[in-house]
Ligand binder design. Structure first.
Ligand code: GSH
Length: 211
């Protein structure tokens, strides 16, 4: 099993963190997105979509999409459960994980992608052809992230973790989103979002956060 990974990117980090929580290890291959290695013929022969993370199983099966890869690991190694434990909690975790992606990660990606000079003609991730960046999307993406922080702050007033009282994949997506938003997209956790700050400190202290 081999994980095609990219150290600085948020989606591969989600999978690394998920694996670390479960104590799963595998060979990794670093692919430099900034230099466009993900668009090389060699990588497109593995994943024609040109995105990371990409997991290649021993029988040659190729899995992409972070959550699909996590689902595979959840089935392979159910403990500790990170995607819910019964019909209701599984649905709730999935909903919260999607909220973190749509409310936060997409806005942060939009803000970063459309501002970063190296992506001036790579406005969409992966093998999407030549797509110009749209500068107006930087502001829109940043505003989306601010709304995400505010909503998350309200949710974390009610529960210890993003999807309730257990640490799940929704926390992993939220942490990777926030660290990417605060760093690459330059939208740190605003003052006033004290619940988010408390949660962020706690989740960042988990050993898996260093994965
Ligand atoms: N929905 C996909 C998104 C994958 C994705 O966009 N990954 C980014 C890295 S965070 C990527 O490969 N970018 C390549 C590029 O920017 O060309 C997933 O969750 O795996």
């Amino acid at each position: 099993m081999q994980l095609y990974d990219s150290k600085l990117a948020p989606n591969p980090r989600r999978v690394r963190m998920f694996m670390a929580e479960k104590g799963i290890d595998c060979d990794t291959v670093q692919v430099d997105i900034i230099q466009g290695e993900n668009l090389s013929d060699d990588f497109l022969a593995i994943n024609p979509r040109g995105v990371l993370p990409t997991l290649v199983l021993d029988d040659g099966t190729v899995l992409d999409e972070s959550v699909a890869i996590c689902r595979y690991f959840e089935e392979l190694e159910p403990q500790p459960p990170l995607m819910g434990t019964d019909p209701v909690s599984k649905a709730q975790v999935e909903a919260r994980q999607r909220h973190m992606e749509f409310d936060g990660l997409m806005g942060a990606a939009e803000a970063f992608r459309n501002a970063f000079p190296g992506f001036a003609n790579r406005g969409l991730a992966g093998n999407a052809g030549t797509v110009d960046a749209v500068p107006a999307l930087v502001e829109r993406g940043r505003n989306t992230v601010v709304r995400f922080y505010e909503r998350l702050n309200e949710a974390l007033a009610e529960s210890e973790f993003v999807a309730g009282d257990a640490f799940t994949i929704a926390d992993i997506t939220a942490l990777c989103t926030i660290d990417f938003a605060a760093g690459a997209a330059r939208v740190p956790i605003p003052d006033g979002c004290e619940n988010v700050k408390r949660w962020h400190a706690a989740v960042s202290a988990r050993p898996s956060a260093a994965a």
